[in-house]
Design a protein around this ligand. Structure first.
Ligand code: PMP
Ligand code: GLU
Length: 398
């Protein structure tokens, strides 16, 4: 018998991936599922990006690349940051990995360990706390509520800092809440960290997906000293509909990139050469596709918000970015649906899926009991039919 390690036993499976897998299994068994679980654009990758990948395979661009990415991909990332955020960075500041999740893992593995504390505002993306725990460091959760627009305040942050604080994780636009911090709010947060020993890991993967008047902010541009104390994370999965290509990156001080490079050289050698060629085309090529997808997401946001706000007992802070609705369903806890009592967000999602075939992710996985997350990165017909089903099912609660 092969024993499973303590490390493996200590990791919780990703709740978003688990919810997606459950839907896939039901669909394979012939069940029609209204699946709002995975945060994944339903669009196919734009053609010019796929063409670049085909060209890469046809011209023998199918070998190992430098561990941290090709010169072309790093140049494309630097140029993109300069034009989108006005951030100056050099190739030595960039490392490309197999998805932003991998970039976060490598960044944490390179910078924190046992005895270190990492501050994470809640609600947070499911993987953050486990990725921190896997390094031996301790996640320190700071609760934010709908009353503050799910925003951590500088006072809350200051109260959470100890002599062991090594890192603050930020994520704006936020998965799961859709919260977008203003530049001034982020300035207040980073200023609260200025006299500490900690750095900021800023996950900006939804930066091209903001709605209405909300604007993305690149945290590293807020103060001159932040360039040396920020690891910026982003990727192609969301903006360019490239989830399966697994392209994420980090922009960081050169010494941090070097440490991440060393780790990555032992883990995966390099990211996929074909995907890197596709990423170059995504970043250097025409950007209209991003705007078109954003316009479509904006319409779906309106549709989702309108339908959810019309459901009695549902409380929804309006998302300003990303493609999630994170809403309070606690008014339905302790009610009986069929022969099942719903007691918390997990039982809510399980019973809802079983009885109405609507698939949401429980808020508890994001550190926010009482809530559930719906991804609206799916077609409007599914949103309408799925939310009608949700409403109908909720009305059966006694
Ligand atoms: N950060 C956030 C906030 C996310 O929602 C995701 C989900 N895809 C990721 C990082 C990781 O993205 P990927 O690994 O697909 O690049
Ligand atoms: N980030 C997406 C989500 O939260 C995709 C799944 C994952 O990587 O967790 O649903």
């Amino acid at each position: 018998m092969i024993r499973i390690s303590d490390l493996a036993k200590s990791v919780k499976p990703s709740a978003t991936i688990a919810a997606g897998t459950k839907a896939r299994q039901l669909k394979a068994a012939g069940v029609k599922v209204f699946d709002f679980s995975l945060g994944e654009p339903d669009f196919n990758t734009p053609k010019h990006i796929c063409d670049a990948a085909e060209k890469a395979t046809a011209t023998g661009n199918t070998h190992y690349t430098p561990t941290s990415g090709t010169a072309e991909v790093k140049a494309a990332i630097c140029a993109w940051y300069k034009s989108f955020h006005g951030l100056d960075c050099l190739p030595e500041n960039v490392i490309v990995s197999n998805g932003a999740k991998h970039s976060i893992h490598n960044a944490l593995a390179a910078t924190v360990g046992p005895g270190d504390e990492v501050i994470i505002p809640t609600p947070y993306w499911v993987s953050y706390s486990d990725l921190v725990s896997m390094t031996g460091a301790t996640p320190v959760l700071v609760n934010s509520t709908p009353e503050s627009g799910f925003k951590m305040t500088a006072a809350q942050l200051r109260a959470a800092v100890t002599k062991n604080t090594r890192c603050l994780m930020l994520n704006s636009p936020c998965n799961p809440t859709g919260t977008v911090y203003s530049r001034a709010e982020l300035e207040a947060l980073v200023d609260a960290m200025s006299d500490t020993d900690a750095y900021i890991l800023s996950d900006e993967i939804y930066e091209q997906l903001t709605f209405g008047t909300a604007k993305p902010t690149c945290v590293a541009t807020l103060r001159p000293w932040l360039k040396d104390r920020t690891i910026t994370i982003s990727g192609a999965s969301k903006s360019y509909a490239m989830t399966g290509w697994r392209m994420g990156w980090a922009v960081a001080p050169a010494a941090v990139v070097k440490a991440m490079d060393t780790i990555q050289s032992q883990e995966t050698s390099c990211p996929s050469s074909v995907s890197q060629a596709a990423l170059v085309a995504a970043l250097n090529g025409p950007q209209e596709c991003v705007g078109e997808m954003r316009t479509e997401f904006a319409k779906r946001r309106e549709l989702t918000v309108g339908l959810l706000q019309a459901i009695p007992g549902v409380k929804l802070p309006v998302p300003e970015g990303a493609f999630y609705a994170f809403f309070d369903v606690s008014a339905y806890f302790k009610k009986t649906f069929g022969d099942k009592v719903v007691t918390d967000s997990l039982s809510f999602c399980n019973v809802l899926l079983e009885q109405a075939h609507v698939n949401l992710v429980p808020g508890v996985a994001f550190g926010a009991e009482g809530f559930v997350r719906m991804s609206f990165a799916t077609n409007p017909a599914t949103i309408e039919a799925g939310l009608a089903k949700l409403r109908e099912w909720l009305a059966t609660g006694r």
